[in-house]
Design a binder for this molecule. Structure first.
Ligand SMILES: C[S@@+](CC[C@H](N)C(=O)[O-])C[C@H]1O[C@@H](n2cnc3c(N)ncnc32)[C@H](O)[C@@H]1O
Length: 354
């Protein structure tokens, strides 16, 4: 689905003017920044503004994540019921349907306006989908294996309440797509430990739950800019012109979207191939190479190292692709030379689409 505002507009609860939408987006952002550790109830008109701006741009994160998952994991998820918790207007339900997941789909949200909006989008754009949106877990078979997704909801609900829902709904797969901030990274790290205790294994972005995260406690930057690092992904793409326009009016950039995505499986086994690395930070580009920091799985340790990726090992198309790469991609690599203790000259191959 190529999301644009024209596509959504007909199916909004209310249709405020563009200037009103831009103002509302700033109000909503302010509400989310004032974190009170509880649900932030948006009004009908705010839900309409949220839907036309955030839903299309957030939805693309699901597509990216989906393309990064091992085939075996995707094939299992495709066959399972899918729950979008804190679903809002169905932000991650719609791309999950588009990716070929069979469902049935259940959206749960405590805000009745979000539920009304999600239903309207469903009736208008996905009339044949097996999807229901409710204020509770009504209709869900608790004992059946399922996928449970939290989209920008842990940030609002906190770790303890999220865990309660995981225990109650007993999912086989858990997916988080949350804001890419250092604060959320700390929450997701807590979640990672809790899920490890509950016998989950990770499929994205880490290589394994048995290996500690190499980003934790790492200091980046220098002088006044020195800060603790945090692991996140960054989606880089130009949104549809109708959304970009509202973004410009609201002074909100959606070309660069930081977020934190994690995928876990109950009693899962690690499916990450050896000799792979995940891009975590773009460093620089010269005439001869790209330099990226990667999270490298090496035997039974995971570490952050610099990859100097030599351009002459790539064809022209690959060089072009590398210029607009998003953070979070997985690559396989061949070592050309160990340049220093934490720097390798390599040739790489992108492993998944997007
Ligand atoms: C930031 S919005 C995210 C909506 C959508 N998932 C997205 O990413 O665009 C968070 C949603 O979580 C819902 N929410 C917060 N606490 C909740 C709870 N305890 N139970 C159900 N929904 C909750 C809110 O009503 C809101 O719609």
């Amino acid at each position: 689905m190529n999301w644009s505002r024209d596509l959504i507009e007909e199916h909004l609860i209310v249709r405020p003017s563009d200037q009103k939408v831009a103002n509302l987006l700033n109000d909503i952002k302010q509400k989310y920044l004032e974190e009170k550790g509880e649900s932030i109830p948006l009004s009908e008109i705010e839900v309409s503004a949220y839907t036309q701006f955030y839903m299309p741009t957030n939805a693309r994160k699901f597509d990216f994540l989906w393309n990064q998952l091992p085939e075996k994991v995707k094939n299992e998820i495709i066959e399972l019921p899918f729950i979008d918790f804190g679903c809002g207007p169905g932000t991650y339900t719609w791309p999950a349907i588009d990716c070929g997941i069979k469902g049935p789909f259940f959206g749960i949200d405590s805000n009745q306006h979000m539920i009304k909006q999600a239903r309207l989008l469903g009736e208008g754009l996905f009339p044949d989908a097996d999807v229901s949106f409710n204020l509770s877990e009504k209709g869900i078979d608790i004992d059946a294996p399922k996928t449970l997704l939290f989209g920008n909801a842990v940030n609002e609900m906190g770790v303890a309440l999220t865990l309660k829902w995981i225990e109650k709904l007993n999912p086989k797969f858990v997916i988080f797509i949350e804001p890419g901030t250092s604060k959320v990274f700390k929450e997701i790290l807590k979640m990672r430990e809790e899920l490890k205790d509950r016998k989950y294994q990770v499929h994205y972005p880490c290589a394994s739950l048995e290996i500690s995260c190499p980003v934790v406690g790492r200091i980046i930057g220098t002088g006044d800019n020195e800060r603790e690092d945090w692991c996140h992904q960054v989606l880089r793409e130009v949104p549809h012109s109708s959304i970009e326009r509202i973004g410009q009016m609201a002074k909100m950039d959606r070309k660069v979207q930081p977020y934190i995505a994690h995928v876990y499986e109950l009693d899962g086994t690690n499916k990450r191939e050896v000799q792979t690395a995940r891009f975590v930070r773009f460093m620089n580009e010269s005439k001869h190479s790209f330099v990226w920091e990667v999270c490298l799985l090496d035997g039974d340790s995971q570490e952050i190292v610099e990859f100097e990726i030599i351009k002459k090992t790539m064809d022209k198309k690959a060089v072009k692709e590398f210029k607009k790469l998003s953070i979070g991609h997985e690559v396989s690599y061949d070592l050309i030379k160990d340049v220093a203790a934490n720097k390798k000259r390599v040739s790489v191959k992108l492993l998944n689409g997007n």
